[in-house]
Design a protein around this ligand. Sequence first.
Ligand code: SF4
Length: 332
Amino acid sequence: MNNRALALFSGGLDSILAIKVSQRAGADVTALHFINPFVSEVKTEYIKEKAKELGVPLILEPLGDDYLEIILKPKYGYGKAMNPCIDCRAFMLKKAKELLPKYNASFLISGEVLGQRPKSQMRHSMQQTAREAGVEDILVRPLTAKNLPPTLPERLGIIDREKLLDFSGRNRKPQMALARELGIQNYPSPAGGCLLTQVEYGKKLKDLINHGQYDLREIKRLNIGRQFRLSHGAKLIVGRNHEENEALKASAKDSDILMRVQNFKGPLAVLTGNDISYVALKTAARITARYADCPKEQKVTVTFYRINNPKNKEAIEVIPMASEEVSTYRIE
Ligand code: SF4
């Protein structure tokens, strides 16, 4: 066993402090950040900056379809929203363990603090997570280590347990004080950025799962625009502004239908799914027209095309849907 460690690095204060404290205790740390489809990509840029500031090498590891399986069918259930934190943590720790030989590292570091979060950071959950991932004896939690039994690197003296900390509970003042002492500024609030912790997002994710239409692309665009369920096999997403219209266009797949109201200012809408009937198409056009800057009581023309065949534009005439009816299709 050597003193090289991979530190799970979310970019939050605890993960920053965990790196600093374990370095003081003798570890040679590499930060490991999982690129998570449920965390905004802007955050990846921030992660790179922070690792640079900390002066540690950074591994960026994307989470793929196997991660999705865990999120959709968690063994230990969800938190307040659709956040299966115990399964998610166990998955990441297991992945991190698998990466140890590749980076010639011997143990893992995590910024968890005993009792800090209601479900995932209780003693029982922390033990369960580590056991599930098979890392009980090689996972060092430097911020709370003195509240836990010594791990292998501590017992072997590879890192100095005396220099590890005994933080516990929900009070974050000790972390703030340590951050000040170490001159650390500009860190996000804990758990910020994970879409799975948002109740509204959870409802949209549940809709995808219930209708069997989930893949990473669908999951990524759950946070764009207004979302409507038209039938089991058809869903509509309507942009709310120019940025969302552009994001929707960029996210479209070959089978998607893009639509807009002709001759009036209005949103771009994407009709997606594996069973798009004429009824669904017409409903989509009526909803799209609802959000356009056009008269609401007379027929308007909605043009549409498949993303892989933009020259083949078709058109349908509809009367915009009334807002009460629109709300019956809204996923919320
Ligand atoms: S907050 Fe999100 S990323 Fe963090 S453990 Fe929970 S589900 Fe996973």
